[in-house]
Ligand binder design. Structure first.
Ligand code: ATP
Length: 373
């Protein structure tokens, strides 16, 4: 019998609970077995329990095979309080990789749409553990602000190794080191370590770009990039550029991965302006659940979720307001979950399917949808 996975579910605040519920719905539609350990964390837990990270959440994250996370932050809980949860998950649990696969799905409007018929499909591997440190930053009165940035050989080596292994495992071809090594010493070290590590991957093409050039090249043609490995802040900024081309933050999943622990969260945060209205796009959260399945080595189930998302978006009937539709959060989750069940029932052989971007049927769908802004 298939293994049963324990998943700690931490929906958190704002739209976190709404989008995470849809990711759980889609996971339940697969043919896999899960036990979900639901835990309140963040501003809500702080207000109700006096602790943003109650002991059962810590226990659940230790006990679970993976953590599915929403977002934390509350306008009426002090900023640092909900952040305690993120510091625990990222720093204490040493989830040093921030993986952001960013893809333009069929039928989603992109400013590049007409220029780049093959769309966007790249992965940003961003260092989650090093770089700017809050411990070494501060304001001196009203006149001086300082930040200190630290990159170590150890930290750079492990993130770059992860990126190279990921490139090989996923059959990707090229890895680009993005830095500002022409004037920052910490980036000179990062680039040197990249050169050292990448030597051991003879089948991976390597490239080096300064961050300003990388940003310019991304906007001209994102297909110039396959996998990008970069220190923390550049990863954030470049993701922002790419996310603008794939339909916005509602389409951007992420994984935070360590050697023995990982949690999965949409790139977006609490979005309090949308909370409680049932209109947030749950796809970033659903695709984060898909990344979780990949990390659990359940590649086939992950691929089915990806295909279901592609199909629902290509059909264009169900989509939230950020993508130009008027469906609710739960209608999108229902449609994707139904599609996952349909794919199971039909026993579609995913390997034999043409890629959605390439199929003539899909090209027609995209053409119909391309007028949507
Ligand atoms: P935080 O402070 O927790 O990062 P935020 O509201 O400042 O939260 P985001 O949550 O990233 O930042 O959201 C920025 C904007 O993007 C939101 O105001 C919202 O309008 C939009 N947005 C975010 N997530 C979604 C989503 N899932 N679906 C649709 N729009 C979204």
């Amino acid at each position: 019998m298939a293994r049963k996975y324990k998943i700690a579910v931490m929906p958190g605040d704002g739209i976190g609970p709404e989008v995470t519920a849809e990711a759980v719905k889609v996971l339940k539609a697969t043919d896999m077995r899960f036990e979900f350990l639901h835990c309140d964390v963040g501003g809500k837990a702080y207000l109700e329990r006096g602790d943003p990270l109650p002991p059962e959440a810590v226990e659940a994250s230790d006990e679970a095979d993976a953590v599915l996370f929403g977002a934390v932050g509350h306008d009426y809980a002090p900023y640092e309080i909900p952040r305690k949860v993120l510091v625990y998950l990222r720093v204490d649990k040493d989830a040093y990789v921030n993986l952001r696969p960013l893809k333009l799905y069929p039928g989603v409007y992109s400013p590049l749409w007409r220029r780049s018929s093959k769309g966007v499909d790249l992965v940003i591997v961003r260092d989650n553990a090093e770089g700017f440190s809050l411990q070494h930053s501060g304001l001196l009165g009203n006149s001086i602000g300082t930040d200190r940035r630290v990159i170590t050989h150890f930290g750079a080596q492990r993130i770059i190794r992860f990126a190279c292994d990921y490139t090989v495992k996923k059959g990707r071809k090229k890895i680009t080191c993005v830095d500002q090594s022409n004037w920052l010493f910490s980036d000179k070290l990062f680039r040197n370590v990249f050169s050292e590590v990448v030597e051991r991957y003879p089948n991976v093409r390597r490239d080096f770009r300064h961050v300003d050039v990388a940003a310019m090249m991304l906007t001209r043609n994102p297909l110039n990039f396959d996998v990008i490995v970069t220190p923390d802040i550049y990863g954030d900024i470049l993701s922002g550029v790419v996310i603008g081309m794939i339909g916005g933050v509602g389409m951007a999943p992420s994984a935070c991965i360590g050697d023995n622990f990982a949690f999965f969260e949409p790139v977006h945060g609490t979005a309090w302006d949308l909370a409680g209205k049932g209109i947030a796009n749950p796809i970033a959260s659903i695709l984060s659940a898909k990344l979780m399945l990949e990390w659990l080595r359940e590649e086939e189930a992950a691929q089915i979720i990806d295909t279901a998302v592609s199909e629902v978006l290509a059909e264009g009937k169900v989509r939230t307001r950020d993508l130009g539709g008027n469906s609710s959060t739960s209608e999108v989750g229902d449609a994707i979950a139904a599609k996952v069940r349909e794919i199971h029932d039909e026993g579609i052989c995913l390997q034999d399917q043409p890629s959605l971007e390439e199929s003539p049927q899909n090209r027609r769908r995209c053409e119909t949808l391309s007028d949507f802004k």
